[in-house]
Design a binder for this molecule. Structure first.
Ligand SMILES: NC(=O)c1ccc[n+]([C@@H]2O[C@H](COP(=O)([O-])OP(=O)(O)OC[C@H]3O[C@@H](n4cnc5c(N)ncnc54)[C@H](O)[C@@H]3O)[C@@H](O)[C@H]2O)c1
Length: 346
């Protein structure tokens, strides 16, 4: 859909945990207007009716996406629906911002990438907020400036606060597994920091279910560690994901180069505040990545808008998004097979 007006009309599919954050950010941003919302959950539709009274509400994605009342769609639905919904949105002439991962499996992730090439006039973004988090953007700039030489190793982790309820048990059933869902952020940010079209070659992963033994029933782990090699033999990626951090959420990335090292978010710090008293000194940590990446979630939506309205070059990279799924899926495969596997890209 060609957008000539200086305002982007948006339809949002999904008004759950993440969809609501995007909706609230869009309401605060300039030159964005939500005209339609789709959800299959009645209580979310009630929330949408109260929060965005001007939006038309839908329970059927097919009916929603066929409307010409919006130019771009945000897909914030469960991971397993993404690939099909992105392709349907393109066929209905919509620009697309899809939440990570573009799909839980590599074959359909690459199918989406190739499908997107058939619509050069439409923009397709996969949402990875770290590409817009100021600390990561600054680190990427330093890497590009050659400040730490050539990258040798990247180590990245996403460790979530433990939830003493059924949340994760229900969530992981359809997530695709810890490396495709949680560590996909780490994989993508490593590709972002590498900054070139590197070819992953093989992967090895291991993991445990000490805290949530029930995860085993769904082929998942509560703590997982993965290693990825690249075809050029020069770089290694090491990712760690956890669903049971006791001290809160902690996303951290370390880039080791031939001339130096950059550590991003080394401390699990929410604000730059230390509290000192009789028991020593402590910092305040975040509970969720939503708090850590609050600014990045706003910036990624603004970047999507500016890409469409002003043709400004974004940090999004759909090929990296498909490559990240290939790596995440290979790590899940290695976890199940208990051995090294090839990373299949197409
Ligand atoms: N970028 C991030 O850091 C981040 C953080 C959390 C979640 N996410 C991603 O956001 C997406 C949604 O996660 P969530 O936690 O908000 O899930 P959720 O379960 O809270 O919400 C899912 C939404 O999808 C809608 N939905 C389900 N089936 C549908 C269908 N057939 N058609 C239309 N809508 C349908 C539901 O009505 C609901 O609104 C996932 O892809 C997840 O990976 C990203």
């Amino acid at each position: 859909m060609t957008v000539t007006r200086k305002e982007l009309r948006i339809g949002v599919a999904g008004a759950g945990r993440m969809g609501r954050i995007h909706i609230m950010n869009i309401l605060e941003a300039r030159n964005l207007r939500i005209t339609a919302i789709c959800s299959v959950i009645p209580v979310e539709l009630e929330w949408a009716r109260d929060s965005v009274p001007e939006a038309e509400l839908f329970t059927s994605f097919e009916e929603f996406i066929s409307k010409d009342t919006f130019d771009a769609v945000l897909i914030v639905t469960p991971n397993g629906l993404h690939a099909q919904q992105v392709c349907t949105a393109l066929a209905n002439r919509k620009h697309v911002f899809c939440e990570k991962p573009i799909s839980p499996d590599a074959k359909s992730a690459w199918a989406v990438y190739h499908e997107s090439l058939k619509y050069p006039h439409l923009k397709v973004a996969c949402g990875f907020p770290r590409r817009y988090a100021p600390a990561y953007v600054a680190a990427a700039q330093k890497v590009r400036n050659g400040e730490i030489g050539d990258i040798i190793t990247l180590r990245s982790q996403t460790t979530d606060l433990i939830m003493d309820n059924d949340y994760f048990v229900n969530y992981i059933k359809t997530s695709g597994g810890i490396f495709v869902d949680c560590c996909i952020h780490d994989i993508d940010v490593c590709l972002f920091l590498l900054g070139k079209d590197s070819l992953p070659s093989h992967a090895y992963a291991t993991g445990t279910t000490n805290v949530f033994p029930v995860f085993k029933e769904f082929g998942d782990v509560d703590d997982g560690m993965g290693l990825v090699n690249f075809a050029d033999g020069k770089t290694i990626i090491n990712v760690y994901g956890s669903r049971d951090n006791r001290h809160g959420h902690h996303s951290m990335t370390e880039v080791i180069g031939t001339k130096g090292r950059i550590l991003i978010n080394g401390q699990p710090r929410l604000y730059n505040i230390d509290v000192s008293d009789d028991s020593g000194t402590r910092m305040e940590g975040p509970d969720t990545q939503m708090e850590v990446f609050e600014i990045a979630f706003k910036k990624e939506i603004e970047a999507f808008r500016d890409w469409i309205l002003e043709d400004k070059q974004p940090n999004f990279n759909l090929k990296d998004a498909a490559k990240a799924v290939s790596i995440g899926a290979a790590l899940m495969d290695s976890l199940h097979k208990k051995g090294q596997v090839d990373v299949v890209t197409c």
